[in-house]
Design a protein. Structure first.
Length: 122
């Protein structure tokens, strides 16, 4: 295919060879991946978190259509005010054990938190 000419199909587009992640890592890093040390995958998710903290993370996996419904559910499930719940949740988002237990939920909530913080600074 010549520069400036459009490919007629996907088969006309040159492909790069696939490279495994281990091939991209320096030799010193490759040695670390093969040792018998305990890795994150062998650590039980949620280790180091209390039952209440695990409950909060599970609660945050749910989606709410109305804000008032969530606040009432917080009172019912945790016997906490919404303000105290969000204080606990905010602290939990900075806990590495929470990230290991629920990476998708914690990542989403961290993004929301940083977006809201940026909008308050403007």
């Amino acid at each position: 295919m010549h520069a400036g000419r459009r490919a007629d199909s996907l088969s006309d587009i040159p492909r790069r060879p696939r490279v495994s992640r281990s091939a991209m890592m320096p030799a010193a890093d490759q040695a670390d991946t093969n040792d018998d040390a305990v890795t994150e995958s062998t650590v039980e998710p949620g280790a180091g978190l209390t039952e209440r903290e695990l409950g909060i993370l599970a609660f945050e996996r749910k989606w709410w259509k109305h804000a008032g419904a969530k606040e009432q559910a917080i009172r019912d499930a945790f016997d906490l005010s919404a303000t105290r719940y969000y204080q606990l949740l905010n602290g939990l988002l900075d806990n590495p054990a929470a990230l290991a237990a629920e990476p998708v939920v914690v990542g989403r909530l961290r993004r929301l938190r940083s977006t809201r913080a940026r909008s308050r600074r403007r």
